[in-house]
Write a protein that binds this ligand. Structure first.
Ligand SMILES: Cc1cc2nc3c(=O)[nH]c(=O)nc-3n(C[C@H](O)[C@H](O)[C@H](O)COP(=O)(O)OP(=O)(O)OC[C@H]3O[C@@H](n4cnc5c(N)ncnc54)[C@H](O)[C@@H]3O)c2cc1C
Length: 507
């Protein structure tokens, strides 16, 4: 039997953030984590399941089941949710958080450091006074330029493992899998957790407070699988658990081709500025989102360098001369340079004056807010994993509004690029599904234990406590009622910090 004051199940971004908040605190903490310190096939295969709907990669490759969780493969892109994401939007079904963005600002500020980022500053004005930063002269009533911060990326397991190991009041139990949440007969109070190792060893955990932080799919799986008291699953009296699953469809929407080569793209390149690794992104204005009833979208522009043969020959010759060699194909390189003299001269000019490469093309990557839909959901199948737990069936469709918003967003961007006179946009054609081919989910698992003040409309309340259960909380993106279009982890960490404060103040 493991005993402590608080049990956190899962040591990913949310679980590790929560555990760190209690280091040195009077609360004793048990962290139960399924994996060890490295990826192990047997443990990872506990994540296998069925998928249907929008083409979804298998659920066991879109997340990682070992210490550090999916931060062992995240890319580190960070942006807080936008103000509009928290609002009730009449055109977006089931939208509206129980609080506004301001509630999360102090936690976003703290979350920056946890994610390995510099100070919370996403205001475009703060970055525009940097030398040489220019952005597109878009009509601000239509498109805005925002900022995203990029983490190294911090692997939470590696970065914070020793801090937790050294803490006298925190114990991490690796290779321990939650298999059942036990509750009183009224299902209003959790009495303990049943856990198992893949070796067959079983143990129980008994604490005063429990937090599920097992990721956006497993949080629902555990509630549904804990059906000894409530046959429909714990906390599922209103049939909300597992429903409203969302991910962000994303992919390449097209290319912006400039009329002339120049460095307007500088802001859109990820670079270290004032010690922060940041880049510009293009977002839709709130007026367009509400005026045209669209869900949220952002465009990430990436420089795509297409160098002429002459420029490639200049590079090859410079490289050879640096190594005191004369290349065999010297004559053909000289021929290329003479044939492309204009491009070579322009590139040399840019390097001398701007110390940056000129680009003539930007790849436009797009991420879209999906529509909350009770029929997009995680359910349990009769197949069982190696621990005897029922595997998941994941069914998801991003929704017609997401597709409509994507098409309109791309149209607005293309028209605005043309209006500026700087170039034009080549739009990626639609495939059979209506989306461009190779659009896919992002691995952001959202919504399955959604937050709502009313128990019949959500699984957790505004403090992330499961409605009607006095000592069970949920951490992670499964509590987001809507997904916005920005990457979720900064918000996952901010909510975990807020939950830690709430639990410390609970008496
Ligand atoms: C390829 C990829 C790239 C990504 N890039 C970005 C990005 O650039 N920016 C961004 O914001 N987000 C990104 N994400 C999303 C990011 O990884 C997640 O938002 C984040 O990891 C979620 O944290 P979490 O703690 O909720 O879940 P996880 O990190 O998944 O952690 C869950 C933990 O619970 C453990 N667990 C599961 N079941 C049990 C059980 N039964 N018992 C005990 N423990 C259990 C797991 O082993 C795991 O350690 C990316 C995701 C993917 C797939």
């Amino acid at each position: 039997m493991v005993e402590a004051d608080l049990c956190i199940v899962g040591a990913g971004a949310a679980g590790i953030t929560l555990a760190r908040e209690f280091v040195g605190h009077s609360t004793t903490v048990a962290v139960v984590e399924s994996g060890g310190l490295e990826l192990e096939d047997k443990t990872q295969s506990l994540y296998e399941g069925r998928v249907s709907g929008f083409p979804y990669r298998y659920p066991n490759t879109m997340r990682l089941r070992y210490f550090g969780g999916s931060t062992n493969h995240w890319s580190g892109n960070c942006r807080p949710l936008d103000e509009v994401d928290f609002l009730h939007r009449p055109w977006l079904p089931y939208s509206g958080w129980p609080f506004g963005r301001n509630e999360l600002i102090p936690y976003y500020q703290r979350a920056q450091a946890v994610c390995g980022l510099q100070a919370f500053d996403y205001a475009i004005e703060s970055w525009m006074d940097e030398a040489r930063l220019r952005n597109f002269p878009f009509d601000p009533k239509k498109l805005l330029t925002g900022i995203k911060h990029i983490s190294a990326p911090v692997r939470f397991g590696t970065a914070y493992r020793h801090e937790l190991e050294d803490a006298a009041n925190v114990t991490v139990y690796n290779h321990g899998n939650l298999t059942e949440i036990e509750a009183t007969e009224t299902a209003k109070h959790v009495t303990g957790l049943q856990c198992q190792c893949l070796t067959g060893k079983r143990f129980r955990v008994r604490t005063s407070i429990y937090i599920l932080a097992t990721g956006g799919i497993e949080n629902a799986r555990h509630l549904l699988a804990s059906d000894a008291i409530q046959s429909e699953g714990l906390g599922n009296g209103h049939d909300r658990v597992g429903r409203f699953f969302m991910d962000h469809p994303h992919g390449i929407a097209g290319w912006i081709v400039f009329r002339n080569r120049f460095n307007i793209v500088d802001l859109y390149q990820a670079k270290t500025r004032r010690n922060a690794f940041v880049k510009g992104v293009v977002t839709m204005s709130p007026q367009i989102l509400s005026g045209e009833a669209l869900s949220n979208i952002y465009f990430n522009l990436a420089a795509s360098m297409s160098r002429s043969e002459g420029e490639k020959s200049v590079s090859a010759l410079l490289q050879s001369f640096r190594e005191w060699e004369v290349p065999d194909d010297l004559l053909s390189h000289l021929g290329n340079i003479i044939a492309d003299l204009d491009d070579v001269g322009e590139a040399a000019y840019h390097r001398m004056t701007d110390n940056a490469d000129p680009f003539n093309k930007l790849r436009v990557h797009c991420r879209i807010e999906p529509t909350p839909d009770p029929d997009s959901r995680v359910t349990l199948t009769s197949d069982r994993d190696a621990l005897g737990m029922r595997r998941i069936d994941l069914h998801w469709k991003p929704g017609d509004l997401a597709l409509k918003s994507y098409n309109r967003g791309v149209e607005i961007l293309a028209l605005e690029v043309g209006r500026t006179g700087l170039g034009r946009m080549q739009v990626q054609p639609a495939g059979d599904s209506g989306w461009p081919d190779r659009f896919e989910p992002s691995g952001h698992h959202i919504g399955t234990t959604r937050m709502h003040a009313a128990p019949e409309k959500g699984v957790v309340d505004a403090n992330c406590r499961v409605h009607d259960i006095d000592n069970l909380y949920i951490a992670g993106s499964s509590v987001f009622p809507t997904a916005g279009c920005n990457n979720p982890t900064l918000t996952v960490v901010a909510l975990a910090l807020r939950l830690a404060d709430h639990i410390k103040n609970r008496s």
